[in-house]
Design a protein around this ligand. Structure first.
Ligand SMILES: [Cu+2]
Length: 123
């Protein structure tokens, strides 16, 4: 069982590692790409609208994350360049919905972010 990080962001710390730094006070969830394993942990993550996800690449290969074309609420919502080993990339989800994603270099790597609306209301 993976330990899932869920922290309130310290922008100064994350800013040097991420392409898009979440705004101060944003709740940030972590998805890890572990060393030697072509997978996202956790593969399925449920968050609330307005929260952010940071993908952390602990592997020694680069891995991008991108929405799976034609699937989910908005397949354009997530798109990164390959995240270099030891680096991370963050995205803040403003809109509720389902966001399946994959690594477009290694197609077996897939995951999904489920974004719930405020007060538990689906959008
Ligand atoms: Cu990959």
């Amino acid at each position: 069982m993976a330990i899932v990080g869920c922290i309130v962001v310290a922008p100064v710390v994350l800013a040097q590692e991420t392409g898009t730094s979440p705004e101060e006070g944003t709740v940030v969830h972590e998805v890890r790409i572990p060393k030697g394993a072509a997978m996202f942990i956790p593969a399925l993550l449920t968050i609330k609208a307005g929260e952010a996800v940071t993908w952390i690449n602990e592997d020694d290969r680069g891995h991008p994350v991108a929405g799976i074309p034609g699937q989910g609420t908005n397949d354009k919502e997530i798109f990164s360049q390959p995240i270099a080993p030891g680096k991370s990339w963050s995205h803040t989800f403003k809109k509720a919905g389902e966001y399946p994603y994959f690594c477009y270099i290694h197609y077996v790597m897939m995951g999904a972010i489920i974004v719930e609306g405020d007060q538990g209301q689906p959008n």
